[in-house]
Design a protein around this ligand. Sequence first.
Ligand code: CP
Length: 296
Amino acid sequence: MTNFIDLKDLTKDQLIDLISLSLQWKKNTCDKFMIDKNVVLIFEKPSLRTRISFEVGINQLGGKSHLLNEKEMQLGERETVEDTARVLERYADMVIIRCFGHNQLIKYANISNVPVINALTDYSHPCQVVADLITIKEHLKDFENLKVSWFGDCNNVLQSWIEASGLLNFELNIACPEGIKPNKEIISWALKRNNNISITHNPHKAAEGAHCIITDTWRSMGDQNPFPEHKFMPFQVNKKIMELANKNAIFMHCLPAYRNKEVSSEVLEGSQSVIFDEAENRLHAQKAIMHFCIHK
Ligand code: CP
């Protein structure tokens, strides 16, 4: 039994096994290893993909899900995080948390005697990136000699991408406006494992020859002090960016997307876009992640 908090907590082999198991269960029915198991979902923030893919996944595995939404639960508000964890472990076999503060999640996981899964915090979104890696494996086959380029905000999804590049050693180019940068500690953690990570303010340079072009919304959920939108505009993924990339490049976005902001409609709806495969793969990833937590 273990938690699933951040990708950097995994070994390279564990991450590769998660990707393989997800793909295996995408093709073949999976074992119902969650019969008689109850899973509580604490969602302090809205969600379409993460929440429903977990709930459907739990159902397909034979378990039952119980949702506490943002109106019913804000960690640490009505009672302490520790008391919440000590109560819920008396009912539930696993707890999946989407919350604001990563520290709240860590506090919860440290006290919980049942596995805790990070369904997004302000710091990271590891479940999303497992699904993204599955999508890359399906469309591009391998991580060897892979060039991934990220455009726009330095947010929680990028944080998990940096961790993935540290584990799997693919090239990661981050194109972002001056004035924002990825988390310094995670960059130095990843660079010790993979020196093929770079940060640039030149979006065209980042796009050249890339196999996978990724962006995300410029304004994360609950962001009270957004970076000015006009400074992101040169980092929009559009036809020009896709033309600079490898001719077989794929475009990925974890959704929800804002058309003609971080990505042009043309690219989002174009033939290189794999956004709905990515969304589907959330389901296959969640089942493999829950299996990892219960069987480790
Ligand atoms: N990509 C993602 O996490 O989607 P939701 O916010 O809808 O869960």
